[in-house]
Design a binder for this molecule. Structure first.
Ligand code: NDP
Ligand code: 2IT
Length: 447
């Protein structure tokens, strides 16, 4: 980094947060963008904004004991990082995956601050989760785990305090168990305390679809800005969870041909276009694996064990599984095969080197904090509906989501242009997201 203030603060972040590579990576990426506004905002330096922004307001770590189906006591670790509440209550998902640790939750919480700011809605940033692995667990085990997790977490939550939702390994089933236990412990029907709820008990239409839809809409906006479109173009999607499934559906609706899906065991290529209904049935209803998709689909669909989904030639890529799943080699392969646009459905799926490869090749690149903001934005719409005890139609909610994604795209482009970086969505997203939070923090004084 050329700027000494940014470099000094970054060195301090490294010293104070050792052994947290994903968190350090997320901070570095934001700081590299902030170089473009240094000198313009001396008030940010005077008020210690950079270091305050990197230090979570509160970090909660707790024991989660539960009993499995064999009667054995299991112990997991629970986390909630309440990162920044300058713009609203802490808002962000819960991730249940064996790889979860404090550094992962901090990286996700840090990203969430700027993402939530970009939505234009009144939500602060937070994230949480556990190293619990739901794969292969019975409904009863998942329920007992969620109840134990909430028994501690509930005292830190509230519709005006901290509002969790889903992320990897946390979907409608888990939100149901979590909300049930919150309701029981507090003796309150406080619908706005969690989002991603079932439609019968305070959930919002379109929330389930929102992240995947939003990532495809963001890609569409980037393509349109370059005089292109989804029409007839091949799309690769990684992952086969909540984000991936609905990124596939929306890609198809926009006229594209989604040809891949994946999970941690390998990927599927379906040259005829992924059959959205079949994938949804296997993954959402039956909780099956992607291998079954290839078996049941027949007719040209094949499963590739291991390997890289990014080897499949496509025009548009929507990485929608997990962090750092797309490295520089994968990016070079995509570029060689003529990729035009990459829109991050997941959080930080592209490594910094991969992002540079796309930049140098002039590929339109939408960073996660802009491209996947549709999920949390629709969570905020769910909170609005809960606050007014109302329920909106699918059409109205989808229209709001589409407009929000278009606004985010416009804000990123406009900010990048202002800073002399036309078309650089990374700089646009980081700076636009950061400024709003920084200005609110200045208004509040040093707290
Ligand atoms: P799901 O749990 O529904 O699906 C996750 C998918 O990614 C699965 O196919 C899973 O495969 C795969 N995956 C997860 N971890 C790994 C890994 N380490 N290596 C390879 N594959 C992996 O999660 P979501 O779809 O909700 O989340 C996907 C991404 O989108 C995450 O980065 C999340 O943070 C981000 N996101 C989610 C939002 C939401 O609203 N849900 C909003 C914004 C971002 P397997 O089953 O084999 O593990
Ligand atoms: O990463 C994310 O934005 C999410 N997992 C969704 C958060 C939310 O509160 O809906």
């Amino acid at each position: 980094m050329i700027d000494s203030m940014l470099q000094d603060t970054y060195d301090q972040v490294l010293r104070r947060n050792p052994g947290e590579p994903e968190f350090q990576q997320a901070v570095r990426e934001v700081f590299e963008s902030l170089e473009y506004i240094q000198g313009r905002h001396p008030e940010y330096n005077d008020q210690g904004i950079l270091m305050r922004m990197c230090e979570p307001e509160r970090q909660i770590i707790f024991r989660v004991p539960w009993v499995d189906d064999q009667g054995t006591v299991q112990i997991n670790r629970g986390f909630r990082v309440e990162y920044n509440s300058a713009l609203g209550p802490y808002k962000g998902g819960l991730r249940f995956h064996p790889s979860v640790n404090l550094g992962i939750v901090k990286f996700l919480g840090f990203e969430q601050i700027f993402k939530n700011s970009l939505t234009g809605l009144p939500i602060g940033g937070g994230k949480g989760g556990s190293d619990f692995d739901p794969h292969g667990r019975s409904d009863g085990e998942v329920m007992r785990f969620c109840q134990s997790f909430m028994t501690e977490l509930h005292r830190h939550m509230g519709e005006y305090t901290d509002v969790p939702a889903g992320d990897i390994g946390v979907g409608a089933r888990e939100i149901g168990y979590l909300f049930g236990q919150y309701k029981r412990l507090t003796n309150r029907y406080e619908a706005g305390v969690l989002t991603g709820k079932g439609l019968d008990w305070g959930g919002s239409l379109v929330r389930k679809e929102a992240t995947g839809y939003g990532a495809a809409i963001f890609a569409d906006e980037m393509l349109k800005a370059r005089g292109s479109s989804f029409d007839g173009r091949r799309v690769s999607i990684s992952g086969s969870g909540n984000v991936a499934i609905y990124a596939i559906e929306k890609s198809k609706q926009l006229g594209g041909i989604p040809v891949t899906a994946s999970d941690s065991s390998g990927y599927v290529v379906d040259e005829n276009g992924i059959d959205f209904e079949l994938l949804q049935q296997i993954k959402e209803v039956e909780r099956g694996r992607i291998t079954e998709y290839a078996e049941r689909r027949g007719n040209g669909a094949r499963f590739v064990a291991g390997g890289s989904v990014w080897d499949v030639p496509v025009d548009i890529a929507l990485p929608s599984a997990t962090q750092n799943e797309l490295d520089a080699d994968a990016a070079r392969t995509l570029v060689k095969n003529g990729v035009q646009a990459v829109s991050e459905g997941a959080n930080m799926p592209c490594t910094p080197d991969a992002v540079n490869v796309f930049r140098e090749a002039d590929v339109a690149f939408g960073p996660g904090k802009a491209a996947n903001a549709g999920g949390v934005a629709t969570s905020a719409l769910e909170m609005q509906q809960n606050a007014s005890r109302d329920a909106w139609s699918f059409e109205h909610t989808e229209e709001r989501l589409t407009q929000i994604m278009k606004n985010i795209h416009h804000t990123c482009l406009e900010t990048a242009e202002e800073l002399g970086r036309p078309g650089d969505y990374v700089v646009g997203a980081n700076v636009a997201g950061f400024r709003k939070v920084a200005d609110a923090m200045i208004a509040f004084g040093v707290i």
